[in-house]
Design a protein around this ligand. Structure first.
Ligand code: NAP
Length: 302
């Protein structure tokens, strides 16, 4: 099974990157796209994110054998409801949402009788919108598929092959497990960044201008993550509530233990933890998940 026509719904960072990656890696596939925002459609067409930008979802779906929803996770169910009457029989419906259990439920509810295979390419940036996408976003990044039980295996293989051809490494996972893993590796780190940037800017004894001026002391790296799209991240936390609250509980306990170590002058506890975390950073670089250069390619590293 291979795809001839792909429809992309939502033409922001992820939708645009999928379109550009298809054009580069699978040029025989015809792509159509739709976004509810007219300005986004105009900008997407100007950048050539898909072969044809359509004025409505129905036209974008015409004859598509793969439909990829690239909208915020909170918008998946409404989007799927809107698409349902226009889907071609036998089409595979997938998505790129950052949480999977609630999306899987929403899509199953909205699209009974259709082949639904949720997916999450673990690749992104803090940018959003149609100008943010680029063709190589998925290269050497994981794409996690969470096929529901009993789904057509040939369809899973076709979707897996599709993502592999876009440059990704594909992993199959249970949706609940995906949400726990991503709570640890992505959702809680974003929550911490949002918190620390908010706290620093609220501190009355340090002026806002000093926070910005001396940001290279570490704060700057948090500000990049904390600049991520507010709608997307609001939806991630509301849709992965269980796993996020579970990991947050554990994180709070660990933070309290560190607070105690600092108060009681327990340098060994601090040193042991910081040594362990430094080793994890080395592993991340060895596995090609980040750039090992001290400046991440920046010119002005301190
Ligand atoms: P984005 O750049 O903001 O693009 C989303 C686009 O979808 C926006 O243009 C939005 O329009 C449009 N949209 C919203 N509801 C719609 C609807 N009902 N019908 C058609 N279009 C609709 O966001 P993104 O970063 O690409 O994120 C898209 C998805 O990818 C999310 O589910 C997110 O969890 C997932 N994801 C993101 C990243 C990342 O790093 N950003 C990484 C992996 C996965 P409006 O502006 O009018 O709402």
């Amino acid at each position: 099974m291979s795809f001839e026509r792909v429809a992309i719904i939502g033409l922001g960072l992820l939708g645009g990157s999928v379109g550009l990656a298809i054009e580069e890696q699978l040029p025989k596939i015809a792509t159509r796209g739709y976004d509810r925002d007219e300005q986004v459609r105009i900008r997407a067409a100007a950048r050539g994110l898909v072969g044809e930008v359509c004025g409505n979802a129905q036209d974008a779906l015409a004859d598509a054998d793969l439909v990829i929803l690239c909208v915020p996770v909170g918008a998946m169910e409404a989007t799927a409801n809107e698409l349902a009457p226009h889907l071609k029989r036998g089409a595979i419906i997938s998505d790129v949402g950052s949480s999977k259990e609630s999306v899987a439920k929403a899509l199953a509810k909205a699209l009974p009788g259709h082949i639904v295979i949720p997916a999450h390419p673990v690749a992104g940036t803090e940018q959003s919108g149609p100008e943010a996408g680029f063709a190589s976003l998925f290269v050497n990044r994981w794409c996690i598929l969470t096929p529901p039980e009993g789904v057509d295996q040939a369809a899973v293989e076709a979707l897996s092959d599709f993502w592999t051809k876009l440059g990704a490494m594909v992993e199959i996972m249970d949706a609940e497990h995906h949400d726990l893993v991503l709570a640890v590796t992505s959702h809680i780190p974003h929550l911490i960044a949002y918190t620390i940037v908010g706290t620093a800017s609220d501190l009355e004894e340090v002026t806002r201008s000093e926070v910005i001026k001396y940001s290279a002391g570490g704060f700057r790296d948090f500000t990049r993550i904390a600049a991520s799209d507010p709608v997307m991240w609001r939806d991630v936390f509301l849709n992965n509530k269980g796993a996020v609250l579970e990991v947050l509980g554990r994180f709070t306990e660990d933070l309290t233990a560190l607070q105690r170590a600092i108060r009681s002058g327990d340098g060994d506890t601090l040193h042991n933890l910081f040594s362990r975390t430094r080793a994890i950073r080395r592993q991340v670089i060895e596995e090609g998940q980040d750039d090992g250069r001290p400046d991440f390619g920046r010119k002005d590293h301190i």
